[in-house]
Design a protein around this ligand. Structure first.
Ligand code: RI2
Length: 317
């Protein structure tokens, strides 16, 4: 961090560390936090040149983009802010533009959680038995909305080892009046076979242009089982979960590995190596629909959607 002085770097480092440590988590939420953090950099900048401000913003964006590599929301939020900064013609103008853009970004996050459930509801039926994996605010909102509009809906929520986000998802659903049961990840096959699961609904960290899904580790196993039991697999994902980087067919979505201590301490398993990848890729042919805030998209239409939604946003980081 060369030119970001201590006054700008301290708060940024905190945002970065909160995202890295999962104090701030959820793919949508980290994109929003990063956008707001860049607006604060502009607010706190006390120099006089727009060129210097832009280069500080780029440096700040690079620092934040590092915090979590898999969810493209982080980079999408930052690229949108950098694009806005490139249009400012003076420091004050740039500051105002970034504040307006960050507030709009935060509003879009909330609106997506209002709109996705209304798009998704047509995919549910009375008495559906839904299985969900990890904690997704987008998927959770869709499930709760369906359960409040259709009778008899029941939900199974996986624990989601190792970070156990199911312990956030399940009570959040229960609080909204949903009939929800927590299961361990390895119970998915048993539950699909014996409890009559009729839908799988998950969130997304990144949706690639080829229609594949990057989401919390274990999602692919759930999708394979859904395929085996002929259960429709729905993904709730707002626009900025889609990755413009993947329009380049050679681009590989990075899979984050987290500290092995999230699985076990060395003392618990002496002499054993531990591997902790926290996301996996689900192929396009296992996804029925991506439900966005505007429409439901089939995997083969994702490339066109990404092209149209991101054509004017340069990828600066
Ligand atoms: P929303 C989470 O990642 C999960 O993988 C979840 O599916 C995704 O973010 C989407 O979350 P993590 O932060 O934006 O737990 O739908 O690693 O809340």
């Amino acid at each position: 961090m060369s030119s970001l002085d201590a006054r700008l770097a301290g708060p940024l480092r905190r945002v970065h560390d909160d995202i890295r440590s999962m104090k701030t988590r959820g793919a949508g939420a980290i994109g929003k936090e990063a956008a707001l953090a860049l607006a604060r950099v502009a607010d706190d900048y006390d120099g006089a040149t727009v060129t210097e401000l832009r280069s500080l913003l780029l440096e700040a964006a690079k620092l934040l983009a590092d915090a979590r590599p898999t969810a493209v929301t982080l980079r999408n939020g930052l690229n949108r802010m950098l694009d806005e900064a490139s249009r400012g013609d003076a420091v004050d103008d740039t500051r105002k533009r970034l504040r307006t853009a960050a507030d709009a970004y935060a509003r879009a996050y909330d609106e997506a959680r209002h709109d996705i459930p209304r798009q998704a509801v047509s995919h549910f039926r009375p008495n559906d038995v839904i299985l969900t994996h990890c904690h997704s605010t987008a998927a959770g909102a869709a499930i709760a909305y369906a359960a409040s509009h259709l009778p008899g809906i029941r939900v199974f929520s996986t624990e989601t080892r190792p970070f156990r986000q199911g312990l956030i998802q399940a009570p959040a659903l229960a609080k909204q009046g949903v009939d929800v049961t927590l299961i361990v990840d390895s119970a998915v096959a048993h539950v699909m076979e014996n409890e009559g699961v009729t839908r799988v609904v998950v969130g997304a960290d990144t949706v690639a242009a080829d229609g594949s899904l990057y989401n919390k580790i274990g999602t692919r196993q759930v999708a394979l089982l859904a395929h085996e039991f002929d259960v429709p697999f729905l993904v709730c994902a707002e626009r900025d979960k889609f990755s413009p980087y993947t329009l380049d067919k050679k681009y590989k979505v990075p899979i984050e590995e987290r500290p092995t201590s999230e699985i076990a301490s060395e003392a618990e398993v002496p002499g054993v190596k531990i591997f902790n990848p926290v996301f996996d890729r689900t192929p396009a042919d296992h996804v029925k629909y991506f439900v966005t805030e505007k429409a439901s998209i089939e995997p083969h239409d994702v490339r066109a959607f990404v092209k149209s939604e991101f054509e004017n946003i340069p990828l600066r980081i």
